[in-house]
Write a protein that binds this ligand. Structure first.
Ligand SMILES: [Zn+2]
Length: 154
């Protein structure tokens, strides 16, 4: 069974509707991050929180790899599919990628991003030394991930 499907039918020089078809998500739909925040959605726990922390880490990687010009936000979906992310760019490109491109979030990345254990594990630049990465992971999740071992082995 082919579960990957995305079709866009665009007739830009003709009048009429434009259709966008996306893959059906059979799993529970989860909102991991918003496009106006760099923090995980507050109600998440367990595996969903682990996924969210990894996605926040991926934002940090994207921010660094694009020389602080871009990252993705608004992560959501159902396992194993993420859908409809938002590109966040500098104000130079604020009219691109729809109104959800909130440039002020990118401009405040160093103040708003809270590094977690993934950032530390990969030795990414930390912007806030006062944040204890253990605060970002509830105790039950921490034990699953063997966080103490990871943090002390570096
Ligand atoms: Zn980080």
């Amino acid at each position: 069974m082919n579960r990957n499907c995305s079709v866009t039918i665009s007739l830009l020089n003709k009048e009429g509707p434009i259709y966008l078809l996306e893959e059906r998500i059979d799993d529970k739909f989860v909102k991991y991050t918003l496009n106006n925040s760099l923090s995980p959605v507050l109600h998440l726990t367990g595996r969903d929180l682990k996924i969210t922390l990894f996605l926040c880490f991926s934002q940090h990687v994207q921010y660094l790899d694009t020389q602080e010009n871009l990252f993705l936000s608004n992560f959501q979906g159902g396992r194993p599919l993420l859908t409809d992310p938002q590109v966040i760019t500098t104000s130079k490109y604020s009219t691109k990628f729809t109104a959800g491109n909130i440039s002020s979030i990118l401009e405040s990345f160093k103040q708003l991003h809270k590094c977690n254990h993934y950032c530390q594990w990969f030795s990414l630049t930390s912007y806030d030394d006062s944040t204890d990465v253990r605060e970002m992971v509830p105790r039950s999740v921490e034990s699953d991930m063997d966080l103490d071992t990871q943090l002390t082995s570096t």
